[in-house]
Design a protein around this ligand. Structure first.
Ligand code: S3P
Length: 174
């Protein structure tokens, strides 16, 4: 199968962007670009360490530059960090060569997945109400994606198939 545009996966932390991206890449025989992993490799540090030692602003600048760089590529599956699509410039750039798929889950499912995880610096000091607010605010922006994939109650393979169906129907793959 040929991919005509980059397939960009967006969504909250814990939405499965890396896992689904990797399965999708295998199915399409395409290269997966996991932006967080690229950043960790470049800095030789985990994302949580970058936040802790260099601060969020430093991370966001790096995320911006790395994301923009890969968005200029072709025929890739790109898994974005959960905060990247919130950046207006990134959203603008995505439109040129990519189609965006939002992996959407119920708030409670996301909270259960991300709550006791110290690898998530953005929510480290947040209480439940703060996390709910963040999800609700971000959902409004994720909703600007090209395709919304409702993932609740679906198995990984079913999510991948749903994305592939949309790709075929919209001639993103052929
Ligand atoms: C972030 C999500 C993380 C990572 C960083 C910031 C966010 O990626 O980029 O911790 O702001 O939502 P994942 O969505 O892959 O966990």
């Amino acid at each position: 199968m040929e991919i005509k545009k980059n397939i960009v996966l967006i969504g909250m932390m814990g939405s499965g962007k890396s896992t689904i991206g990797s399965l999708l890449a295998k199915k399409l025989n395409a290269v997966l670009v996991d932006i967080d992993k690229k950043i960790e490799k470049m800095e030789n540090q985990k994302i949580s360490q970058i936040f802790e030692l260099k601060g969020e602003a430093y991370f966001r600048e790096l995320e911006f530059n790395v994301t923009i760089q890969y968005l200029s590529h072709h025929n890739k599956i790109i898994s974005l960090g959960g905060g990247a699509f919130i950046n207006k410039e990134i959203r603008k750039m995505i439109k040129y060569k990519s189609s965006t798929f939002w992996l959407n889950w119920n708030t409670d499912t996301l909270i259960n997945r991300i709550k006791n995880n110290n690898k998530r610096p953005v929510i480290k000091d947040m209480n439940l109400a703060d996390i709910k607010k963040l999800i609700s605010e971000r959902n409004k922006i994720y909703n600007l994606s090209d395709f919304k994939i409702n993932c609740e109650n679906l198995k990984k393979g079913e999510i991948v198939n749903k994305i592939l169906q949309k790709c075929k129907k919209n001639e993103i793959t052929c």
